[in-house]
Write a protein that binds this ligand. Structure first.
Ligand code: BES
Ligand code: MN
Ligand code: ZN
Length: 487
């Protein structure tokens, strides 16, 4: 991981912040622009406005113009970033704009940022945008060219809010690192080691089980999916237990470190990005590492079934029947619908621990990308109040989560002739059918939400605070949701 820029809170006014570039905001105003408060402060002589006007600057969200600073300002340069319509200014807009701005300033070493004006939670959102937009994955580059930014001074940010933003951003960057790591260097065993390393620098305990422990405990879904691979599976548990609380939450993350499809093999183009199939696990590891640092007053356990899905002479075959943890059986008709098989074990196991609520995160279906595109997450739940909570948390965290239905008319799709369930139904409504499969492994009395992040876990290009490759989606929302539950 490249080093995180240091975030400090600046007490001085924007024109007095000594830095290589000062980031200020402008609004879109009927085809033209209107300077934000800090931008007006640094434009005493009006030169900034006239330059922007002559260059056709329009203040569109994420539009960045960099100009030399006037002598009256301590900064070397001024970067004006568009915030869009003033009426629509909220924390998520600031996060997006800050991400766009920092990407243009990666060659400078010190930044000052005066963007948030009076938006509630604005400084923290700006800080997250800066720390996430400046992320680069350089682990395998001979000439890494990391972002050169060393220090960022945020005007008017309170220290506690900046500290929380740093923890959450670091956790998101960890999740991105895990997703971006190739499958051959991030096997289930390595994923477990990385989870343990994250736990060691947080208030989290890590336990991992291998093939023998899984066999003696009856994790037939995880074992079945892993049996075609030369790599051993792992069941990873991350436990944050603050003491003095009886409340307990469970998080579950799909940890398929490579999804070839198994014997129901994917074609070459659909396999290219399948190192991403542990994006749910990465989100849970990231979130748990942040939770162990922020120390909310609620116990949280993260469960990660981790395996490869490979074809071989020992691989699970279409038509095979597996027995999950808890005893239910599944006829595996398509070995590429493997995520639900390993999550079924984890859900049954998690229910036994008596959590107040369960949230799982999984790159589960191509179907959710058809429904919502690649920049949004589908939320399925057996409890509307929980779905509302998670979606509320996603809005505060600046992620796009959308409530999807669990219509029981589709239950029939999963009826098997030979086992309790089969693992695939028709192509239509595939994300719903996958979620219904998971639902049948959750005790009805336990509120549960399933986040299908198949699209959102990977970005095809840089935008806003998101960088191309692994996005770390759901880390921010999970942390926000857990903290909301603790109060
Ligand atoms: N890991 C995939 C889903 C996926 C697809 C994630 C594209 C990210 C990008 C999952 O295991 C899978 O293969 N799902 C199948 C299910 C089908 C066989 C019922 C799918 O969605 O095509
Ligand atoms: Mn698959
Ligand atoms: Zn998969």
């Amino acid at each position: 991981m490249t080093t995180l820029p240091q975030l400090v809170s600046a007490d001085e006014g924007p024109s007095s912040i000594t830095c290589d570039a000062l980031v200020v905001g402008a609004y879109a105003d009927q085809g033209s622009f209107q300077l934000g408060r800090a931008a007006r402060d640094v434009d005493a002589d009006g030169e900034l406005s006239s330059y922007l006007a002559s260059s056709g600057y329009a203040g569109k969200l994420g539009e960045v113009a960099v100009v030399p600073a006037p002598d009256s300002v301590a900064a070397e340069a001024i970067a004006v970033v568009g915030l869009g319509n003033r009426d629509e200014l909220r924390s998520d807009v600031l996060r997006r704009a800050a991400g766009a701005a920092v990407r243009k300033l990666a060659e400078r070493s010190t930044l000052g940022v005066a963007l948030h004006e009076d938006v509630p939670a604005g400084a923290a959102a700006v800080a997250e945008g800066l720390l996430l937009g400046s992320y680069r994955f350089t682990a395998h580059k001979s000439d890494p060219k990391p972002s050169k930014i060393q220090r960022i001074s945020v005007a008017g940010g309170d220290a506690a809010a900046l500290e929380r933003a740093t923890v959450v951003s670091e956790a998101t960057r960890l999740a991105r690192d895990l997703v971006n790591e190739p499958a051959s260097t991030l096997t289930p065993t390595v994923l477990a080691d990385r989870a343990r390393a994250a736990a060691e620098v947080s208030d989290v305990r890590c336990t991992t089980w291998g093939r023998d422990e899984l066999a003696s405990r009856g994790f037939g879904g995880l074992l079945g999916v892993s049996q075609g691979s030369a790599e051993e599976p792992r069941f990873i548990q991350l436990h944050y237990a603050p003491g003095g609380t009886t409340r307990k939450l469970a998080l579950i993350g799909k940890g398929v470190t490579f999804d070839s499809g198994g014997l129901s093999l994917k074609d070459a183009s659909n396999m290219e990005t399948m190192k991403t199939d542990m994006g749910g696990a990465a989100a849970v590891i990231g979130a748990m590492s942040a939770i162990g640092k922020l120390k909310p007053d609620v116990e949280v356990i993260g469960f990660i079934p981790a395996t490869e899905n490979m074809p071989s002479g020992t691989a699970i075959k279409p038509g095979d029947v597996i027995r999950h943890y808890g005893g239910k059986t599944t006829e595996v008709l398509n070995t590429d619908a493997e995520g639900r098989l390993i999550l079924a074990d984890a859900l049954s196991f998690a229910c036994e621990q008596g959590p107040e609520a369960i949230v799982d995160v999984a790159t589960l279906t191509g179907s959710i990308m058809v429904a919502l595109g690649k920049k949004a997450t589908g939320v399925f739940s057996n409890d509307d109040a929980l779905a509302g909570e998670v979606i509320g948390a996603s809005e505060r965290a600046g992620e796009r989560f959308w409530h999807m239905p669990l219509y029981d008319v589709y239950d029939k799709e999963l009826e098997s002739d030979v086992a309790d369930l089969k693992n695939v139904g028709s192509r239509w409504g595939g994300a719903i059918i996958a979620a219904l499969f998971l639902k049948s492994f959750v005790r009805e009395s336990i509120p549960w939400a399933h986040l299908d992040v198949a699209g959102a876990a990977r970005a095809e290009s840089d935008y806003d605070e998101i960088t191309k490759g692994g996005t770390g989606v759901a880390v921010r929302t999970l942390v926000e949701w857990v903290e909301g539950r603790a109060t």
